[in-house]
Design a binder for this molecule. Sequence first.
Ligand code: BYC
Length: 329
Amino acid sequence: MTSAVEPGTVPGGEPGAAPAELEAHFEATLAHKDRVEPRDWMPERYRRTLVRQIAQHAHSEIIGMQPEGNWISRAPSLRRKAILLAKVQDEAGHGLYLYSATETLGVTRTELTERLVSGAQKYSSIFNYPTLSYADVGTIGWLVDGAAICNQVPLCRTSFGPYGRAMIRICKEESFHQRQGYELLMTMMRGTDEQRAMVQESVDRFWWPSLMMFGPPDDASPNTAQSMAWGIKTHTNDELRQRFVDMTVPQAEALGVTLPDPELAWNEERAAHDFGEIDWDEFWRVVGGDGPCNAQRVAHRKKAWDDGAWVREAATAFARKQEQQQEAA
Ligand code: BYC
């Protein structure tokens, strides 16, 4: 990467700046680990990669409200209901910060939602699994939010400014979510044999799909190399998956649950845990739309989007009317 031009010396959008100069400025920004901002010139492929990743991330937050939302009306106490409501509401907020970040790249939330409901854009594979018991609320907090934190903390230093800044707030809230999940499971583990069995059964179902959240193995990941060169990703999928396994094993021991992998063992030489082979056929099937809940998740989102059309129309008409009134005054 060239660093011939100091960051800031060629303002990105400066009219008349030569393409080579703009590109050099972009490369220098990355080399100095400075942020690329929406006003800056950026290669079209960089912009498109960001739109793809941030939109998928936003969709995951919004679709991710469904599996947990399923338990709001059946939470076992008022306290648990209030916690779950607040958590699901946080996910909506995360989706909105992320859609706002993509808007700075010239794509509207409407366009992105239409791409989601038409199946043209993805969301995280994890949300295509059902939540069959109340223990799943705890397991999602512990494992799914735990995996999300491993993946997202490095994204706070991603090269695109609005994405990195959104991630800082999201990560703070995700750590809180992870703790509430762990606390819920800890409470159940201190309960009856039936409750302990419920937690174990839930962990058995969510362990492998949680490992899949980090994406395909590095040698089958078409985007990692370029995204790392651009500073969008700062770690590979396998590095982050390993970090998650190493972080989670002692937590499982403290909780008193078994992780469903007979090959899971500490490797002294690598100073890391070895673990069994992930079922990549299942991963690609789920990513390709054929998971247990894909059709249900997208249909539900589409219905909410269609049902909300009148609200969007009313809000737009109201904003237009206010503008006209201001102009007239
Ligand atoms: N699920 O080249 P790769 C949350 C796709 S929300 C589905 O490695 P990349 C939470 C990938 O998109 C969690 N698809 O891709 C919310 C690509 O397909 P396209 C969401 C996946 O982008 C509510 C293809 O496979 N977090 O935490 O370099 C409640 C090849 O992959 C998945 C984020 O989105 C998957 N698991 O790396 C609780 C984090 N994995 O687009 C919790 C931000 C891969 O070429 N995203 N694919 O057609 C990232 O960090 C990266 O996009 C990924 C994938 C690591 C996920």
